[in-house]
Design a binder for this molecule. Structure first.
Ligand code: PLP
Length: 416
C-alpha cells in the first residue's frame, strides 16, 4: 500500500500485498480517503489480447494513464512501442523503458521538445498536420555541427477524420483536411524515407465503421498524392465497456480494419499500427469512495470532477458502481453524485444505481477508471489524496473475458 499527498506525483511503487477485492480493502482500512484499486492482471490481459489479435503493431497511448506501474506491466506483456504526446511523457517512458520505441504523435510540438526527443531520447517517429510543423521538425533535428538534415526521420501525416461514431470527439483540433492532404504528403515524402498516415476516430468508437470512413479518407488522400506510404496508423478509439456504452467485440474492429487496410494503395510491405489508450487500461483501475452526506437522491462522495471522475462530471459518463456494505437491503435506486470541492461543477449526474438505503459513511466502488480516470486526479481545493492498492478480483466489466456483450456488428449505424 502506498499513500500520496496531493502535491506529489500521483503514482509510485506498490507493495506486493494484494487484496482479494474492494470489500476486503474496506474491512481492513475503513479508509477516510479514496482508494485506487489496481488490477495488473486486467491490464496484462488487455495487452496480450491486442498483441495477439490486432493484425499489426500495437502502441500504447500513454496519456490515457501514465502510471509507471502500468507502463511496466504493458512492456512485460509485450508492448514495445509507445505513443507519447509531450516531452514529459517522452522522459517518463524513456526513464522506465530504455529499449522502448517512442513515437511523438502530438501534431503540434515545440522545437525544444522535438530536439530533446530526437537527440537525447532516440525518438525518430513524429506526427504532423501542417507544412509549418514539417519545417519545425526538419530544422530541430538538423545536425548542430554541420546543419545537415536528419536522414532517419519517420514522419506521419495526421489526417482529419470524422468523430461521429465516437463518444468523445478528436475531430476539430488536429488533422489536415482531405483537400490539403495530397500536397502535404508529397512535401513530407521529400524529407523522409519512411512516411505514414495517421488519424484518430475519436475516443470510445461505438462501431467498427468509425474506422471504415477514416480508412476511406486515407485511401482518397493517398491515391490523390501518388506517393509511397510505408505505414498506416489507425490511432486509438478502441472502446471499453461502460453502462449504456456496450460496444461490439474488439475482434470485429480488428477484422474490418484488416480488410480495409489490405485494400489500400500502399507499399506491399507497409505496416499497420494502432494506438489504443482506453482499451488497454480502462479495466486496470477502480476506486473506493465514501459517502459523506446524503440529500435525497444525491450522494456527496469524497472524489469527483477534479479527481478520478472527470468524465462522469464533464461528459456525463456513467461508470459502473456497487455498494461495499453487507447490510443494505433496499432495492437499487438511481442516484447522482456531488464531489468534495466547493463548486457546483463538481457534480456527476449519473444515474448511478445503488441500494435505496445507502447513507453517509457507506463505501462505494466505482469501476472502469483506469483510462482517463485515475490518471486525471488533481489536488484542487485540497482534495485529491488517495491510497493505492492492488486487488485480485475481476474488473466490474471486461471486454476480454470471452463473453461477447453484443452478438455481432450492428448493420445499422445509428449511434449519436
Ligand atoms: C488520445 C490518443 C490516443 C488514445 O485514444 P483512445 O481513445 O484512448 O484509444 C491515441 N492516439 C492519439 C494521437 C491520441 O491523441
Amino acid at each position: 500500500m502506498s499513500f500520496y499527498g496531493f502535491n506529489e506525483p500521483f503514482w509510485g511503487s506498490l507493495e506486493l500485498h494484494i487484496y482479494p477485492d474492494a470489500l476486503a480493502v474496506v474491512r481492513d482500512l475503513r479508509p477516510d480517503e479514496p482508494v485506487i484499486l489496481n488490477r495488473p492482471h486486467a491490464a496484462r490481459r488487455a495487452a496480450r489480447f491486442f498483441i495477439e489479435k490486432f493484425p499489426g503493431k500495437v502502441l500504447y497511448a500513454v496519456k490515457a494513464n501514465p502510471a509507471p506501474d502500468l507502463i511496466q506491466i504493458l512492456w512485460d506483456a509485450g508492448v514495445t512501442h509507445y505513443d507519447v504526446a509531450s516531452i514529459a511523457e517522452v522522459r517518463l517512458v524513456r526513464a522506465l523503458l530504455p529499449e522502448a520505441v517512442l513515437c511523438f504523435m502530438h501534431p503540434v510540438k515545440t522545437a525544444a521538445a522535438i530536439r530533446e526527443a530526437y537527440f537525447e531520447h532516440g525518438v525518430r517517429t513524429f506526427s504532423l498536420d501542417t507544412a509549418e510543423e514539417l519545417a519545425k521538425i526538419v530544422d530541430a533535428c538538423r545536425d548542430p555541427e554541420t546543419g545537415e538534415a536528419a536522414a532517419d526521420l519517420r514522419l506521419c501525416v495526421r489526417l482529419r477524420v470524422s468523430s461521429e461514431y465516437s463518444e468523445l470527439s478528436l475531430a476539430s483540433k488536429f488533422g489536415c483536411d482531405l483537400i490539403e492532404a495530397p500536397a502535404l504528403l508529397q512535401e513530407v515524402r521529400q524529407h523522409c524515407d519512411w512516411l505514414g498516415v495517421c488519424f484518430h476516430v475519436g475516443s470510445q468508437a461505438m462501431t467498427p465503421f468509425a474506422f471504415v470512413q477514416a480508412l476511406d479518407r486515407t485511401r482518397a488522400a493517398i491515391a490523390e498524392a501518388g506517393v509511397v506510404i510505408d505505414m498506416i496508423d489507425v490511432g486509438g478509439g478502441f472502446p471499453s465497456t461502460y453502462p449504456g456504452l456496450e460496444p461490439p467485440p474488439l475482434e470485429d474492429y480488428f477484422a474490418i480494419i484488416a480488410r480495409h487496410f489490405e485494400a489500400l494503395p500502399i507499399a506491399y510491405n507497409a505496416e499497420l499500427w494502432c494506438e489504443p489508450g482506453r482499451a488497454l487500461c480502462a479495466e486496470y483501475s477502480s476506486m473506493i469512495v465514501q459517502v459523506t452526506k446524503r440529500r435525497g437522491e444525491e450522494l456527496y462522495i469524497n472524489d469527483g470532477a477534479y479527481g478520478a471522475l472527470y468524465d462522469a462530471a464533464h461528459v456525463e459518463w456513467r461508470f459502473p458502481v456497487r455498494a461495499l456494505e453487507d447490510d443494505l437491503i433496499e432495492p437499487l435506486k438511481d442516484f447522482s453524485f456531488y464531489g468534495p470541492t466547493c463548486d457546483d461543477a463538481d457534480y456527476m449526474k449519473g444515474p448511478f444505481a445503488l441500494p435505496g438505503d445507502i447513507q453517509a459513511g457507506d463505501y462505494i466502488e466505482i469501476g472502469m477508471l483506469g483510462a482517463y480516470g485515475a490518471a486525471m486526479k488533481t489536488g484542487f481545493n485540497g482534495f485529491g489524496e488517495a491510497i493505492v492498492v492492488m486487488v485480485a478480483d475481476e474488473p466490474m466489466a471486461s471486454l476480454y473475458t470471452g463473453q461477447r456483450t453484443r452478438e455481432a456488428v450492428d448493420n445499422v449505424v445509428s449511434l449519436r
